[in-house]
Design a protein around this ligand. Structure first.
Ligand code: HEM
Length: 476
């Protein structure tokens, strides 16, 4: 859509969303409440095509600040001035302000926390590890070895009669999930092609890196735990209640909003969600494989609009067809239905359990709440403070836990510096902790994965138990 002088000074979110870089559309980015046309810059971006996910959304400031180091943020700002065409201010109405944290120039001192921390972390890493990509060789060797193991396990599972290969494949697929997470966050290497290659592991294991990037980088990373923004809070809704703002069934039934049998049954099951969620995790992998197709057809992943790109849709379909041929059709032809079904269940369930148990404990915890602030001041809360309040670590500082969890045990460090090599997280954890305490912020760290998991279990129980009064005012 062409824009005129009037629109250039005052731009609505709807207009920004229309310029999301879809085929034949231009790309607008919102940084610090200002809208820029960066169509001509997209292919020049030194960090590669990750920038495409940040266009057409309400606020890319969080990604801009977290992905660039102290050194590169100045370069980035200079490049933005050179290549970006300033279009105007993003209009902030009451509605958009509630749904999207829009950073304005009048932000409070909360900025200081992140800028102080980022300076300290970057100078420490520059001095000791050569920057945010120190130890990148570990991830690269790991990626190559894992891919080779994936091919070997797939060969033995699909072309030979081997149940053990299915077990190994499940573990390897989960490891590939961790690696693709780092790759898509540009954390595998300083070389963007390495990151793209490893990011594509998501498609190799049957899903789509494209839809995942929207769901994860945009919906989850910018606003973790925010209802109607972070898709992860709404997994399984209305059956499950992962977030206090999901309607309270007792209240609805008492108010006669819900009186049909099926809704009552769903709400009855919700009371046992703490038991059901761990059981249903087993189908997580399969669900992702199918969900992508729906997301691409609807051009929407939960709360996030996707930029439609024909080439991506074609590539995703091809990779999915190949995946189904290799893992279902070929073993079926060679060894029949029973072997195919059993091995399929084995590797999908093992993979899903490994991966999902690791990431479910990081945000679904009762103590992880967005601090109470006046809604009219919402724009003043720096995104990094939001991340600190809504994220928990376990076994902070441990190299072994970092390896086993693909870096997800350092969820706090990951949310603040997503493109950093995961093996540097244990090295900077003490700095993050110190700065949090200095600024009076919490640093949630569980002593072990088990304690984190148990807390998550009881919180799910509490959320599903309708008699429990959970204050949700501060979670809007
Ligand atoms: C219009 C806005 C942006 C501009 C002008 C910009 C500019 C730059 C520049 C100049 C660099 C190279 C830095 C260096 O050599 O030290 C860079 C790197 C990078 N950028 Fe951006 N960027 C923008 C937005 C983004 C966004 C929104 C993301 C994330 C979604 C992002 C992710 C990255 C990454 C991952 C790197 C590589 C950093 C590394 O290797 O450590 N950039 N960008």
């Amino acid at each position: 859509m062409p824009y005129n002088e009037k629109m250039m000074s005052y731009i609505t979110l709807k207009q920004v969303e229309e310029h999301n870089g879809s085929d034949k559309k231009s790309s607008w980015i919102v940084l610090y409440g200002k809208v820029y046309d960066i169509t001509s810059f997209l292919n020049l971006h030194p960090g590669g095509n990750i920038i495409q996910y940040a266009v057409g959304i309400a606020d890319a400031t969080c990604l801009f600040e977290s992905y660039h180091s102290t050194k590169s943020i100045n370069k980035s700002q200079a490049l933005l001035m050179k290549h970006g065409k300033y279009l105007g201010e993003l209009s902030i109405d009451e509605d958009s302000q509630c749904k999207h944290t829009v950073n304005t120039d009048t932000r409070l001192d909360s900025d200081k926390f992140f800028f102080t921390l980022r300076n300290r972390v970057d100078s420490y890493l520059e001095k000791n590890y050569g920057g945010r990509h120190g130890f990148q060789w570990i991830c690269q060797i790991e990626a190559i070895l894992t891919l080779i193991l994936y091919c070997i396990a797939t060969y033995y599972k699909s072309f030979k009669y081997n149940y053990l290969a299915a077990v190994c494949l499940g573990i390897i697929m989960a490891r590939m999930g961790f690696l693709m997470h780092s790759g898509n966050h540009c954390g595998i290497s300083s070389n963007r092609y390495w990151n793209r290659f490893v990011g594509f592991f998501m498609d190799i294991i049957g899903s789509s890196h494209y839809t995942w990037n929207y769901e994860h980088q945009i919906a989850h990373h910018i606003m973790p735990n925010q209802y109607n923004r972070d898709n992860d809070c709404q997994i399984g809704e209305p059956l499950f209640r992962f977030h206090p703002l999901i309607s309270d069934p007792d209240q609805q039934i008492n108010n006669n909003y819900i009186n049909d049998k099926s809704s009552r049954f769903r709400f009855f099951l919700r009371r046992y969600q703490h038991i059901l969620v761990p059981i249903l995790m087993s189908i997580g992998f399969f669900k992702w494989t199918i969900n992508d197709i729906e997301f691409l057809i609807k051009s929407k992943a939960g709360n996030i609009r996707l930029a439609n790109k024909i080439i991506i849709i074609i590539l995703t379909l091809i990779s999915k067809i190949l995946w189904f041929i290799i893992h279902l059709i070929i073993p079926y032809i060679y060894f029949g239905g029973i072997y195919t079904l059993v091995t399929f269940i084995i590797f999908m369930v093992i993979g899903a359990y490994y991966l999902e148990n690791i990431f479910i404990v990081n945000h679904i915890q009762e103590k992880l709440q967005i601090p109470t602030i006046n809604l009219s001041n919402r724009g003043s809360l720096h995104w990094a403070i939001h991340q600190i309040y809504t994220t928990a670590n376990w076994k902070s500082g441990s190299f072994i836990a970092t390896f086993l969890s693909g870096g997800l045990n350092h969820q706090i460090e990951h949310h603040l510096f997503p493109s950093m090599n995961i093996y540097l997280y244990p090295k900077i954890a003490h700095i993050v902790q110190e700065e949090c305490y200095k600024f009076g912020l919490p640093y949630h760290n569980y002593n072990s994965f088990t304690t984190a998991w148990i807390d998550m279990f009881f919180y799910l129980k509490k959320l599903g138990n309708t008699n429990t009064n959970i204050n949700s005012n501060h979670l809007q």
